[in-house]
Design a protein around this ligand. Structure first.
Ligand code: MG
Length: 285
């Protein structure tokens, strides 16, 4: 089931995609928390409105996460290799014993179709994209074992882990360079875990129509169950927590010379089994 959150008559509504893929069927439920309104329900609420998909304005499936998003760094083998030639070369081992985990603040989240704001050259001139599969936790827990981990997943979506590379590099923690306003496009919707486990799916990213990233999640260094096990060690994961699983090779930083995002650039990310997330990057407030 594909769960979408939209703006409708001045408020957020949550619904499911129709079988024909051309409509959204809105549930009669308070959707201020977006798709999180459906987590843990014994059955789906009744549908009270059906709209043509072409007419809707999307919100992010989780428009206001309850706390920071967990994000995983350098988690595709090919991406780890490309970083050997960047400023990360001093600490870029091909494979570490443990994943790199950092967070983005919840206020970074924006919808499919929303603008991503470039902060201006005085703040950062090295803005980069990162196409990523993200999972949304449905059943919380602490010390979750990898063998049980997928039972805790409620669904999958797409995020663009937008990054200010110069700011990321300036601080030994990455959070600042990852957390500028609008720096986490998410969507266009969420696919429930009964339809998708993320084990072997294709992740692609284009900038202005030029294919930059193209990988399968089979290239992940730490797979989804291991990431859930790692993030829940001593920390209780909560329903609605989001884990962005890392980006494939082909980021702008990995190119020679690096290619940073500019005003007007359009970044489009497709993940098989989910759909396509597209956002334009613009200068100014
Ligand atoms: Mg990332």
């Amino acid at each position: 089931m594909r769960i979408a959150v939209i703006h409708h008559k001045g408020r957020l509504r949550v619904g499911r995609m129709s079988a024909d893929g051309h409509h959204i069927e809105l549930f009669a439920i308070d959707a201020r928390q977006g798709a999180l309104a459906l987590i843990g329900l014994a059955s789906l609420p009744p549908v009270d409105t059906t709209l043509p998909l072409a007419d809707v304005e999307f919100a992010a499936p989780v428009p206001a996460p309850r706390r920071n998003l967990f994000c995983v760094g350098r988690n595709y083998h090919a991406h780890a290799r490309e970083l050997h030639d960047t400023v990360f070369k001093d600490n870029a081992k091909a494979v570490d014993a443990w994943p790199i985990v950092f967070t983005k603040v919840p206020q970074t989240v924006v919808a499919h179709g929303s603008a991503v704001r470039l902060p201006g050259a005085a703040i950062s001139s090295q803005i980069d994209y990162e196409a990523e599969l993200a999972i949304v936790i449905g059943t919380g827990g602490r010390n979750i074992l990898a063998a049980d981990a997928m039972r805790h997943v409620w669904g999958c979506t797409i995020v663009n882990d937008v990054t200010a590379r110069d700011v990321q590099m300036r601080h030994s923690q990455w959070d600042l360079g990852k957390s500028f306003d609008t720096f986490c496009p998410m969507g266009p919707w969420l696919v429930t875990a009964d339809e998708m486990d993320g084990r072997d799916t294709r992740v692609q990213c284009w900038v202005n129509g030029e294919l930059r990233q193209d990988a399968r999640t089979t290239d992940l260094i730490f797979d989804l169950p291991m990431l859930i096990e790692t993030c829940s060690r001593g920390i209780t994961l909560l329903p609605g927590d989001i884990i962005a699983t890392g980006t494939p090779a082909g980021v702008g930083m990995g190119m020679t010379p690096p290619r940073w995002l500019q005003h007007g650039d359009v970044v489009r990310i497709s993940i098989d089994g989910i759909g396509t997330l597209e956002n334009r990057f613009v200068e100014g407030d």
